[in-house]
Design a protein around this ligand. Sequence first.
Ligand SMILES: Cc1cc2nc3c(=O)[nH]c(=O)nc-3n(C[C@H](O)[C@H](O)[C@H](O)COP(=O)(O)O)c2cc1C
Length: 370
Amino acid sequence: MEARLSRRRFIAAASLAAGTTPVAACSRAGTTYAQAVAQTWRALPPGQRLEHRALQRELIRYATLAPSSHNTQCWNFKLETARISILPDSTRRCPVVDPDDHHLFVSLGCATENLVIASLAHGLHGEASFDPAAGPGVRIDFEPAKADPSPLFDAIPRRQCTRGAYDGQPLEPAELRQLEAAASGPGVAVLFLTARAQVQQVLDYVVEGNSAQLTDPAFMQELLQWIRFSDREAVAKGDGLFSRASGDPSVPRWLAAPLFNLLFTPKSDNEKYTKFIRSSAGIAVFVADASDKEHWVETGRCYERFVLAATAMGVRTAMLNQPVEVAAVRPQFAAAIGIGKRRPDLVVRFGRGPEMPRSLRRPVDAVIIS
Ligand SMILES: Cc1cc2nc3c(=O)[nH]c(=O)nc-3n(C[C@H](O)[C@H](O)[C@H](O)COP(=O)(O)O)c2cc1C
C-alpha cells in the first residue's frame, strides 16, 4: 500500500514535469510523439505504383512494424535485386531475458511474415527460407505474382501489443477457429485456453515468472535499458518499451530511472497482470515441434498471422511470456498445459478492448545495410 501511494504521488508530479512539447531528437529532430506515430504507422496503399527501390523501402518499413521482444527491432535488412535478407542484429540482443536468442529469431519471423504479406499486396510472391548453414538470417526471394491485398495486409499498420484491460467477453467458436487457421504453420501448433480454470493456471505461472524476473537485478538492469519513459525519449530512440503503451505516464528518465526498482514492484505488477488476464477472452500458447532457430522463425511467422488476423477481427492481443522466459518455470508450465517435453514458445492473451498508445520504430535507413 505504501509503495502504491507514493507511486501515485510520484506519477502526478512527474507527469507535470514531462510535458508534451516537440523534442530535439537525434533521428527525428523536432518531431512530436503524435507526428512520429503518424509517420511510423502510415498505411501503404495496396498496389501503389512505386519504382523498385522505393517499393523495397516501403516493404521494409512494413516489415519493421512487426513486434519484437522489448521492441529491440533486432533486425537488419540487406537488399539485392530480387531478394531481401533479414539478418539478426546482435548488438540488439537481450542476453538476460533471451539468453539463447529464442525471442530474437521469433522477432525475425514476425518481420518476415509482414514482409511476405506486404509484398503480395504489391504483386510480389516472397519465398522465405531459413537455413543456418547458408547464413544467419532469413532470405526472401521474390517473383512476380497477382497482387493480393489481404485483410492481413490491411491490419499491419493497425496491429499493436495491447497492454490494457479487455472487456471480459468470450470469443465466438467461429472466431477461435479463424484465429487457429491463421496461426497454423509447418511444425507449429497453437493451444487455446479459455476455460476459467485454465486461464487461472496460466495466471499463476505468469505471477511466478514475473516475481522471479522483477526480483532479479540483472533482468531489471536490462529492462531499464529498454524502457522509454517519456514521449521525448521514445521519439529520440524510436525503439524500446514506451511507458505510455503500458498505461504508465510519460516521465523524464532522470526522474524515473532512479526510482524504477522502488516503484516497479512484483506486488503492483502482479495485480495488474491479474486484472488484465481475468479481463481476457482466453490465452493462446504457441508450441513448435522442435526448439531450434528454424522453428523459432516459423513460430514468429505463425504468431504474426495470428495477431494480424485478430486485428482484422477487432480482437486485441498481448504477450505474457514470463512462464516461458524463466528457465526454472518453463518445464512446470509445459507439464501443466499438457505439452510434455516440448518447449512452450509464446503465451498470448486475447480479447476485445480499447487501443493503447502506439510504440515507435526506427527509420528505415537505420535498418538497411549494404
Ligand atoms: C518474441 C517476442 C516476445 C515478446 N514478449 C513480450 C512479453 O513477454 N510481454 C509483453 O508485454 N510484450 C512482449 N512482446 C511484445 C513487444 O514488447 C512489442 O512487440 C514491442 O514493444 C512493440 O510494440 P508493438 O508490438 O505494440 O508495436 C514480445 C514480442 C516478441 C516478438
